[in-house]
Design a protein around this ligand. Structure first.
Ligand code: NAD
Length: 441
């Protein structure tokens, strides 16, 4: 079996690496020459634990190759996975131009039966558009080649992507032909052997499943953030409330942590795109509109707390920031709450000193030299008026608080991820401000 992965970003690289890891011959394609040249030199464009080693190992075995030549990569391959980006259009709907371009390339260059699988997150009906685009190209060539399309949305989490791909909670396959279903069942066999389920359904349901999953997760976050904000007002403690509701098996304790809003490349755009799909079909997705509105508000919550603490004047205040990526274990800053918070701080005249274990290079693209960057978390605290924790990296969880206290101008911590214990912080003499617990008397 030979497979081609088109789009060598987070999803494409992980998919390609993991399939080659189980012995399959994989060719990864991208239009970004620089990225492919670097990959061929063993330079991995993203931070994802375990990915670099896996890529190098399989390149050395000759099972994993990288190219910009899509024509060559499409010819003679059995399955093509479309893993290109689907960024939001101006109106919030998913921009499908990259997906359709790849579908056209498939039609232009395929020379025998091929299964074309859409792994990118795409709105309901896209796989049919993929099918039409391939057909049109085959017609232009005046040739008839059998092919199938399938939808196979990806559920990996950045930061744990390899583990998620190798040991998935489930693999969702939308297939309209038995041949396509059998091919995908076969391909995924190494990952389903230990009881990880493959759920086969129609293509439209598979496309919908991905959006419903991300929208449900975003809903959990906005729900708990809304409750957290109310807890602060009424004098309740969100940590107690979270434990109280999470122990109900119907609710569960996962993914109900309050914070500074969801970010990343998926939740914001997928919630928006599903609202747009609803609109196209004259259905008003009211819950998701509220989810989006709460998230927008939540991204400003920590900044407002900092502003209030300093009596509305941040001019020449120095704020130390720990964590810039949208979540731990990744350098991805797409839609990260840190973007909004840092920009608001700068606009208010504050100085920002930032530390992140892996996202500093990425941050430089966003903030340039308007903030200062540190390679040591404690160094960022020197002469700062407070510390704000924006990402819950493990290394921030039990810092040396004596050093934190000594280095800060005054012991003030804004905890955007509720990683510290309120009573301990107060006992140590910190002014401690977090989410969903009113700690300021
Ligand atoms: P990405 O931006 O990291 O990578 C996309 C890659 O596709 C880029 O390298 C780009 O150069 C390449 N590309 C664009 N057009 C191309 C073309 N015509 N031919 C070849 N390559 C092309 O994106 P990503 O984060 O990997 O996401 C890809 C898709 O998977 C999106 O639809 C996303 O919603 C979905 N998804 C992402 C995640 C995630 O955690 N990142 C998880 C699940 C699903």
């Amino acid at each position: 079996m030979k497979i081609t992965i088109v789009g060598s970003g987070y999803v494409g690289l992980v998919t390609g690496a993991c399939f080659s890891e189980v012995g399959i011959d994989v060719e990864c394609v991208d239009v970004d020459r620089n990225k492919i040249e670097n990959l061929n030199k063993g330079i991995i464009p993203i931070y994802e634990p375990g990915l670099g080693e896996m890529i190098t190992r399989n390149m050395d075995k000759g099972r994993l190759r990288f190219t910009t030549n899509i024509a060559k990569a499409v010819k003679g391959c059995d399955v093509i996975f479309i893993c290109v980006g689907t960024p939001p259009d101006e109106d919030g709907s998913a921009d499908l131009k990259y997906v359709i371009q790849v579908a056209r390339d498939c039609g232009k260059y395929m020379d025998d039966y091929t299964l074309v699988v859409t792994k990118s997150t795409v709105p309901v009906g896209t796989s049919l558009k993929v099918k039409s685009a391939i057909k049109e190209e085959l017609k232009k060539r005046n040739i008839s080649i059998e092919f199938d399309i399938a939808s196979n949305p990806e559920f990996l989490k950045e930061g744990a992507a390899i583990e998620d791909f190798l040991k998935p909670d489930r693999i969702v396959v939308g297939a309209d032909s038995t041949r396509a279903e059998e091919l995908l069942r076969n391909l995924y066999k190494p990952f389903t052997l230990n009881g990880h389920p493959i759920i086969v359904m129609d293509v439209v349901s598979a496309e919908m499943t991905k959006y419903a999953a991300n929208s449900m997760l975003a809903t959990k976050i906005s729900f708990i953030n809304d409750i957290a904000n109310l807890c602060e007002i009424v004098g309740a403690d969100i940590n107690n409330v979270r434990n109280g509701i999470g122990s109900d098996g119907r609710i569960g304790n996962k993914f109900i942590y309050p914070g500074i809003g969801y970010g990343g490349s998926c939740f914001p755009k997928d919630v928006q795109a599903l609202i747009k799909t609803g609109k196209e079909y004259n259905y008003d997705l009211q819950v998701l509109k509220a989810v989006e509105a709460v998230n927008k508000k939540q991204k400003a919550v920590l900044y407002n707390k900092i502003l209030n603490y300093f009596n509305g004047d941040l001019k020449d205040k120095t704020i130390a920031i720990w964590g810039l990526s949208f979540k731990p274990q990744t350098d991805d800053m797409r839609e990260a709450p840190s973007l909004e918070i840092v920009n608001s701080l700068l606009k208010a005249g504050a100085n920002v000193k930032a530390y992140d274990p892996v996202a500093i290079n990425e941050a430089k693209h966003h903030f340039g030299d308007s903030i200062s960057y540190y390679s040591d978390q404690y160094e960022a605290l020197i002469d700062a008026d407070c510390l704000a924790v924006l990402t819950e990296w493990s290394e921030f969880k039990i810092p040396n608080f004596k050093i934190v206290q000594k280095l800060l101008n005054s012991p003030v911590v804004f905890d955007g991820r509720n990683i510290y214990d309120k009573s301990e912080m107060l006992k140590m003499g910190f002014d401690y401000i977090c989410i969903g617990i009113n700690t300021i008397k």
